[in-house]
Design a protein around this ligand. Structure first.
Ligand code: 6PG
Length: 468
């Protein structure tokens, strides 16, 4: 009989296979399982020298039997029904002390429910956010763990060994009980959505507004990647925009249908943000933009009905766009941090926000130069809880705010939608006003609902001099 495996992975899709190879490469034996068993065998046989550490199995029973005790099972199956079905199928095969890890993009509420359903069984549950796509899973992801802390301590060495490293520090951490890890991953994706949208809006201004070629715009992004905007997403954008479609010789981006997909995490971020009263308007704008992008025939009808006649090209130089992008990014990250803080307080997770930023510095999709400063700012404590007020961002915000105004104004005059930048500007402007227009909102509420208001010059609850 083969030696028992330290860990098992069920779900041999792209991510599950890549994660298994990564674990095997650290010298750990991995049992493999897949609904269609042949796939588990294929993963092992295609693994070259690593095959010796990979143990494909044909049934769930054989998979569990191949594991050392306590058994550690990593589920890499689609979120929702598939995770629930896998937990239900594994449960009778597992015993107290065993550890179940959901490494998919689960809704944190499902993770909370899974934890609750296992209560009393002695089976520990970890919700593990994994970021970095296939490449990350294979060579070093960022890992956001939540759930049973003692269980995390038992498997931590395996996950730290496979994680990306930022100057030697493994990008893997336990961030709180039950759904904390999956919540952090969800917000990571929300920020990912916002950042991608902002980048796409810059592209839209340059391409559709200024008529510049994709390859030229790609060159601008490549230059930006050498400065404060350095990030994986800017790097990817530069590469994508400079790619040519082999079949037609046209810019690759031009051959792609302009209808963006989404699997849910961005939307969940916006929904949870509203629930917590910590609006993530930049994320919401990105989710909305993706949703509108899918209405292709309605947009075509709109183009015919409301053509943009005589609009000027946006008078924006690249430096202004770069400054605006950096400021909008700071606002988007700030909204992400605020949601995390709100959720941690609401659910009693005690999430170390600085640690979150630290483990996002490498391996994940939103890794960027900015995250180093964000991590430091969070360790020092944010003034009034506001990321954009941190001293590290004072200069970027001071230069970025006028740039943001220019971008939104020029885009409006050019008839180009910039929902992400508009949202970021609204947040930045609101949060630098000592007095807003909410005095009038309070008056209206009192007028029609006798809700009462506080006065600027006296304590207590008051009503206005209207009949109402
Ligand atoms: C990552 C990514 C990855 C994926 C998301 C978002 O961190 O590796 O976030 O998880 O890109 O599923 O996907 P959608 O854009 O399809 O919602």
């Amino acid at each position: 009989m083969a030696r028992p495996a330290r860990i098992g992975v069920t779900g041999m899709g792209t991510m599950g296979a890549a994660l298994s190879l990564n674990i095997a490469e650290t010298g750990v034996d991995v049992a493999l399982h897949n609904r269609t068993a042949t796939r588990a065998h294929e993963v092992a046989s295609g693994a070259g020298a690593l095959a010796a550490r990979l143990h494909p199995t044909d049934t769930l029973e054989a998979f569990v039997a191949a594991l050392d005790t306590p058994r550690v099972v990593v589920m890499m199956v689609p979120a929702g029904a598939a995770v629930r079905a896998t937990v239900a199928a594994l449960r009778p095969l597992l015993a107290a002390g065993d550890i179940l890890v959901d490494a998919g993009n689960a809704d944190f509420r499902d993770t909370q429910a899974a934890v609750a359903s296992l209560e009393g069984s002695g089976i520990a549950y970890l919700g593990l956010g994994v970021s970095g796509g296939e490449e990350g899973a294979r060579h070093g992801p960022s890992l956001m763990a939540g759930g049973d802390r003692a269980a995390w301590e038992q498997v931590r060495d395996v996950f730290e060994a496979i994680a990306a490293r930022h100057r030697g520090d493994p990008c893997a951490a336990w961030l709180g009980p039950d759904g904390a890890g999956h919540f952090v991953k969800t917000v990571h994706n929300g920020i990912e959505y916002a950042d991608m949208e902002l980048i796409a809006e810059v592209y839209g201004l340059m391409r559709h507004g200024q008529g510049r070629a994709p390859a030229e715009i790609g060159g601008v992004f490549a230059r930006w990647n050498g400065g404060p905007l350095q990030s994986y997403l800017v790097e990817v954008t530069a590469e994508v925009l400079r790619a040519t479609d082999p079949a037609t010789g046209a810019p690759a981006v031009d051959m792609i249908v302009d209808s963006a997909g989404q699997k849910g995490t961005g939307r969940w971020t916006a929904i949870e943000a509203l629930r917590l009263g910590r609006p993530a308007s930049t994320v919401e704008a990105a989710v909305g933009a993706r949703a509108w992008s899918s209405l292709r025939s309605a947009r075509a009808a709109g183009a015919a009905a409301l053509p943009a006649a005589d609009v000027p090209a946006p008078a924006l130089d690249d430096a202004t766009l770069a400054e605006a992008l950096l400021a909008a990014r700071i606002v988007a990250y700030g909204q992400g941090v605020s949601i995390l803080e709100g959720a941690s307080a609401e659910h009693g997770w005690g999430t170390d926000l600085a640690r979150v930023a630290e483990i996002w510095r490498a391996g994940c999709i939103i890794r960027s130069a900015l995250l180093d400063d964000i991590a430091r700012a969070l360790r020092e404590g944010l003034p009034e809880g506001q990321l954009h007020l941190a001293p590290a961002f004072a200069e970027a915000m001071a230069r970025g705010l006028p740039a943001l105004r220019r971008v939104v104004a020029e885009a409006a005059l050019a008839g180009l939608p910039v929902p992400g930048f508009s949202a970021a500007l609204a947040v930045a402007e609101t949060m630098r006003r000592a007095r807003t227009t909410a005095d009038l909102i309070q008056a209206q509420r009192d007028y029609f609902g006798r809700h009462g208001f506080e006065r600027v010059d006296a304590d207590g609850r008051h009503h206005g001099p209207w009949a109402g």
